[in-house]
Write a protein that binds this ligand. Structure first.
Ligand code: C5P
Length: 222
């Protein structure tokens, strides 16, 4: 396949990264998890002891943050200034605060620049909230993945259980709804379906079924 850009956006825990990663492997494309970048900035700010409501302080930290990825299984490995933070960026504390940090304009500009640099290298599957609308508006394929809040919470609950993280299903539903609200209502690049994106509701579908459906959408687009 030609080295095209595939943008996969959608709300929290809709399965974007799972699907994007499988797709990138199958197509031999680069996979970019943009949520991991915002999570890494949030982790760096928490570790620096900065008040996350202090936008200027969070932004002042940006030059000291170097984010990089290495291939890994089942998840891509994430590094903050050469220290692996793959697990740390998935903590309850980072998840609860990432929407606040990702709403800051200068944080978004820095991450968007980095994402476009990576995408310039060739075929890419990038997942996030604003890829089809802002980061890669000319992407050849744009998918908007959704699923019911309950189903997304159940998926995350199972993942957390496997990792030994003790969060109840109710807590997860509340956290997912809150994050969706904040991400959809921020001023800059809110979570939004691009007008030329194809929406896919994954409620009740298996991973294999979603991958097959996404591949059908890609074939139809090209
Ligand atoms: O995809 P994930 O759930 O890991 O994203 C974590 C958070 O990062 C989102 O809730 C959102 O606040 C932010 N994000 C964003 N723009 C993106 C990707 C993620 O604002 N493109």
């Amino acid at each position: 396949m030609n080295p095209i850009q595939i943008a996969i956006d959608g709300p929290a825990s809709a399965g974007k990264s799972t699907i994007a990663k499988i797709l990138a492997t199958d197509l031999n494309f680069v996979y970019v998890d943009t949520g991991a970048m915002y999570r890494t900035v949030t982790l760096a700010a928490i570790r620096a002891g900065i008040k996350l409501t202090d936008e200027a302080a969070v932004v002042a930290l940006l030059p000291e943050i170097d984010i990089s990825f290495k291939p890994g299984n089942p998840v891509q490995r994430v590094f903050l200034n050469d220290e692996e933070v793959t697990d740390d960026i998935r903590s309850v504390e980072v998840t609860a605060n990432v929407s606040a940090v990702s709403a800051y304009g200068d944080v978004r500009t820095a991450m968007t620049d980095l994402q476009r640099d990576i995408a310039a290298a060739g075929g890419v599957v990038m997942d996030g909230r604003d890829i089809g609308t802002t980061v890669l508006p000319d992407a050849e394929v744009k998918i908007f993945l959704i699923a019911s809040v309950h189903e997304r919470a159940v998926r995350r609950f199972k993942e957390n259980q496997a990792k030994g993280m003790a969060t109840t299903l109710e807590e997860l539903e509340t956290a997912i709804e809150k994050r969706d609200y904040l991400d959809s209502h921020r001023e800059i690049s809110p979570l939004q379906k691009a007008s030329d994106a194809t929406e896919l509701d994954t409620t009740g579908l298996s991973i294999q079924e979603v991958v097959a459906e996404v591949k059908r959408i890609i074939e139809n687009k090209l």
